[in-house]
Ligand binder design. Structure first.
Ligand code: SF4
Ligand SMILES: [Zn+2]
Length: 285
């Protein structure tokens, strides 16, 4: 009985987030950035269950056994649920696995593994979403992730970095930019895990082997020690501030990267700067 109530409450919260922030409608084609982890698998499962026109998009990062395991689980999930799955292999796209891309970047600049990976994945995701004619990209970001992001931006002395976050990205409006939405924005990580276990979803719970020594990991460890209500307050306060942040951000013009043609706040996008496709300084990353 308690189990049924938990599942019901969990689903109600996600539905309310979708409604309150007008994230989706049932006519549009959407893709979920699916890693095979609990968050993206749960939101993929739920959106399918709620009748949305959803498919999965997976980037195979080539991280050995971990990536193989993710791919295997995701294929099983999509087959069982009747969800279309598109896979992009990073090695085919860039001629090397994520570890090599990262190592090359880190010879030039001190950045974390996740920063390199995140920038490359975001770039690919936007491009692929356009190719797949999706009107929105769904990500599995949850309340814990978002509270971490607010604290990290604060620690880096730049709350403006969060101006494009929130349950839906909204300030960059451009035909080449596919909006990203986060229906799990108000869901706690522990609840998502519990939901995935109760539903017996084929999820990879193991952490990515490359997720080491980043600011996010240290921030997560800190926030895991505080009451979960604090995480809600951090995110709630940030959302109150968001309209003001966006007003300032709106003044910025969107360009198309002079190297790859993708939308970017600067003349060269972060991915091209990071991969040093243009011999320049890294100050804008
Ligand atoms: S944890 Fe970091 S390195 Fe691993 S897939 Fe995510 S962003 Fe990439
Ligand atoms: Zn570029």
């Amino acid at each position: 009985m308690q189990e049924a109530k938990f599942l019901d409450n969990f689903e109600k919260k996600v539905k309310k987030t979708i409604q309150d922030y007008k994230l989706l409608n049932k006519k549009e084609k959407i893709i979920v950035a699916a890693s095979a982890g609990k968050d993206s698998t749960v939101i993929l499962y739920l959106l399918k269950k709620l009748g949305y026109h959803v498919s999965a998009f997976h980037i195979n990062l080539g991280l050995g056994e971990y990536s193989d395991n993710c791919l295997q689980n995701l294929k099983k999930f999509c087959k069982d649920q009747g969800v279309e799955l598109s896979i992009l292999n990073i090695k085919k796209e860039f001629g090397m696995r994520m570890c090599n891309i990262r190592a090359g970047v880190q010879q030039n600049i001190k950045v974390s593994n996740c920063m390199v990976c995140g920038i490359v994945k975001k770039w690919l995701l936007n491009k692929e979403a356009r190719r797949l004619k999706a009107s929105k990209i769904v990500t599995g970001h949850n309340l814990d992730d978002e509270a971490q992001t607010v604290i990290m931006n604060f620690l880096q002395g730049n709350l403006m970095l969060g101006a494009n976050s929130g349950p839906r990205t909204g300030i960059i409006k451009d035909k080449k930019f596919i909006p990203r939405i986060k229906p799990l924005y108000f869901s706690l990580e522990d609840d998502i895990k519990e939901y995935s276990k109760l539903k017996k979803l084929p999820v990879v719970y193991e952490l990515c082997p490359c997720a080491i020594s980043s600011l996010r990991i240290r921030t997560r460890a800190f926030l895991n020690k505080v009451d979960e209500r604090v995480k809600s307050k951090i995110v709630g306060n940030f959302l109150e501030l968001l309209p003001e942040l966006r007003k300032r951000f709106k003044k910025e013009k969107i360009n198309y990267c002079k190297i790859c043609g993708e939308p970017s706040r600067n003349k060269t996008c972060k991915k091209c700067l990071l991969l040093n496709l243009e011999k320049t300084n890294y100050g804008k990353i």
